[in-house]
Design a protein around this ligand. Sequence first.
Ligand SMILES: Cc1cc2nc3c(=O)[nH]c(=O)nc-3n(C[C@H](O)[C@H](O)[C@H](O)COP(=O)(O)OP(=O)(O)OC[C@H]3O[C@@H](n4cnc5c(N)ncnc54)[C@H](O)[C@@H]3O)c2cc1C
Length: 391
Amino acid sequence: MQLSFDSDVDEFRAEFSAFLDDHLPSAAETLERPRSVSHMPQWARDWQRLLFDNGWLLPAQPPEFGGRNASVLQQYVHLEELCTRRIYHSFNPQGVNIVAASLITFGSDEQKHEWAVPVLRGERTASLGMSEPSAGSDLASLRTKAVRDGDDFVVNGQKVWTSGAHDADWLLTFVRTDPDAPKHKGISALIIPTDLPGVVCRPFADLCGEENTDFNEVFFSDVRVPAANLVGPLNGGWKVINGSLGHERTMMWLGFADRIANSIADFRPSNALERDEFASTIMDYQALRLLGSVGLAQASRGEVDVAAVSIPKLLGAEAEMRAAANALTGAGPDGLIHPSTSGPYAHMNLDHYFASWFERYARSFSGTIAGGTSEIQRNIIAQQVLGLPRG
Ligand SMILES: Cc1cc2nc3c(=O)[nH]c(=O)nc-3n(C[C@H](O)[C@H](O)[C@H](O)COP(=O)(O)OP(=O)(O)OC[C@H]3O[C@@H](n4cnc5c(N)ncnc54)[C@H](O)[C@@H]3O)c2cc1C
């Protein structure tokens, strides 16, 4: 099936594509590599600023926030152009796509300009402090507490898995402000600068290697945070969480489709069994794009559909993992050599997408966890899409 767009969307794509042709920095300019999702070398900051100034950073936003009031379909082709060229619009993806986007939705005018705009312009970076040791899927159980004291909140507690926190200037942090309210109703959102006394970020390695220190434990000990840093209403943080996760999940399937497409391009099967599995990957990829396109068409008509988010998220995450497993099996012992490369160097992408097949396989697990685990997606689909009773 051939999907096509209206002429305004095609024109939008052509304009963005020409912009990329004219302005992409060269590989030589990008030698310093980002070490975490909140670490941006100067070239990455300049690149993001260029996109912001030209309305190509978050196209759905108005020009003051780095966009051009783009439609849903225009946003889609923007992402598609970035994906097919293996480039990133921002090397601080949580900061731009989740933290700044949440501030634009829920923050006051002052907060938008003080906190969101510097992140969008690449002058500051931000990370997302949601998960805790006992609050991941069940985020509403979070225990980091903030107690009002004069003009400040005093924050105590711990976050974990906070990607890039050690390199971030500030964290969008979810805290418990009313311990007596039902658990969804006593949560608030605070912007916490990482240089405040009492904030300790402890990066730790992931399973791909000791040098990969993106995850953090973040400890808060009597941290005094100005009350002006409260985002949204006091005890109204659950709405901000849902908004933040909504930003995270929007068109998430396209990221999976992109990485599966990369696997298809980078791996060549060499026997009948591998070819059989390779064909399954190509079918998964086509199914994902078609399902995603159905959701996209619904979103462009202004319809909100839970299935359109959870089904492609689940399919995409698991298909990416199967594709990487097939390629790793096909590569045999060579797939374990580290460091090594399994795809073309893409200087405007994160380096782990051209790493060894083992690393690409190991990283594919993250899609089944971040943004809601596969089990949670299955629960949502069972209850909210199929209408099955709770077990
Ligand atoms: C690459 C990556 C980046 C991340 N970055 C960030 C970040 O920047 N900031 C941040 O705050 N967090 C981040 N996270 C954390 C992520 O949000 C959590 O890992 C996720 O919400 C799951 O929580 P958990 O790890 O505590 O697992 P748990 O919730 O403890 O789940 C453990 C297992 O139990 C299953 N399970 C739990 N509840 C149910 C249920 N009701 N029914 C069936 N099965 C269930 C889960 O599916 C899972 O298999 C990141 C995670 C990854 C992988």
